[in-house]
Design a protein around this ligand. Structure first.
Ligand SMILES: *[C@@H]1O[C@H](CO)[C@@H](O)[C@H](O)[C@H]1NC(C)=O
Length: 201
């Protein structure tokens, strides 16, 4: 009897692993079970100092939105359409890239590794892992943008697309930065990249 109780207890411990919670979802009428487990990370995802290449498109979109926020915030002091000075622009980009990227990290959405954080994939259920090497990875890829296209050009496109006004305009700026901004357009289709490389040769 004692061993039966013991083995029952043992079974309980194994099934109630906090990392493998199953959560019932029934908000839009479609009930189903989704598995809530932390992303299963490989060595590159836990150890590398670099942003894994398949996450760079997500990273670009996160950084583009942080640039928009930073520029819009710095422009708040103007009552009219005045533009920031070049040194103010450099300060904004600098403070975005040197921020802690708090809350941004990796998760798994429908079997695919994705980045997640404030204003990005945040309403998607699932456990994410941030901290660790992630702030440095964001810092590093963030610096690629001023390096490749310059702070001022980033700001000019932000202004050109009127990204401070609404989400539609914001998306145009994000599209420029992540699909058109030269070698740092990490969301650009791979074909296009190869084609432009050929042109250079
Ligand atoms: C967004 O802002 C732009 C620029 O001011 C404007 O032309 C456009 O109509 C706005 N779009 C929406 C959906 O509000």
């Amino acid at each position: 009897m004692r061993s039966l109780i013991l083995s029952l207890l043992l079974c309980l411990c194994v099934t109630i692993q906090p990392s493998e919670q199953k959560i019932e979802q029934a908000n839009d009428g479609s009930s189903g079970t989704i598995s809530m487990s932390p992303p299963n990370l490989n060595d590159e995802e836990t150890e590398s100092v670099h942003m894994p290449s398949y996450l760079k498109c997500d990273a670009c979109q996160i950084i583009a939105n942080l640039f928009i926020k930073g520029f819009a915030n710095a422009e708040k002091k103007f009552k009219d359409d005045k533009m920031l000075t070049e040194s103010e622009v450099i300060n904004v980009v600098d403070s975005v890239c040197n921020s802690q990227f708090e809350g941004y990290g990796i998760t798994e959405i429908e079997g695919r590794k994705r980045l997640k954080g404030p204003d990005f994939n945040f309403d998607v259920p699932g456990i994410s892992q941030s901290g660790g090497k992630w702030p440095f990875r964001f810092h590093q890829i963030c610096l690629e943008y001023p390096g490749a296209v310059s702070e001022w050009i980033i700001y000019v496109w932000y202004r050109k697309h009127e990204a401070r006004y609404n989400d539609t305009q914001k998306q145009l700026f994000v599209k420029w930065m992540c699909e058109e901004a030269e070698e740092v357009a990490y969301c650009a289709p791979k074909k296009k990249k190869k084609a432009s490389k050929k042109k250079e040769l």
